[in-house]
Write a protein that binds this ligand. Structure first.
Ligand code: ZN
Length: 95
């Protein structure tokens, strides 16, 4: 399925890409890329040390929705970036 938005989870040093996911719809249920990527991160990963990058095609606004922000917070991710009008913005107050 064609997706306009994707999410990448990397280590803090950006050397290892842990998981990549995109928005998807299955059986009329949507799954946002942020949640899909976080669910695939290997168990035991120190989530305080990973970085989440959310990008929409064309670097357009991809700020995680409130529901995804709550999931991100529950996973303990502290560094979250999203595309916004051609640049990357940092999500304020993730935990
Ligand atoms: Zn979302």
């Amino acid at each position: 399925m064609f997706s306009l938005l994707g999410c990448i989870v990397t280590t803090q040093q950006d050397r290892i890409m842990l998981k990549v996911a995109k928005n998807s719809v299955r059986y009329e249920l949507s799954c946002h890329a942020e949640v899909a990527a976080l669910m695939k991160v290997p168990p035991g990963t120190n989530m305080h040390r990973v970085k989440l990058l959310v990008v929409r095609k064309g670097m357009k606004m991809s700020k995680p929705c409130v529901r995804c922000q709550r999931v991100i917070e529950a996973f303990g991710v502290r560094r979250v970036y999203y595309s916004c009008d051609g640049t990357l913005e940092r999500l304020n107050n993730p935990i």
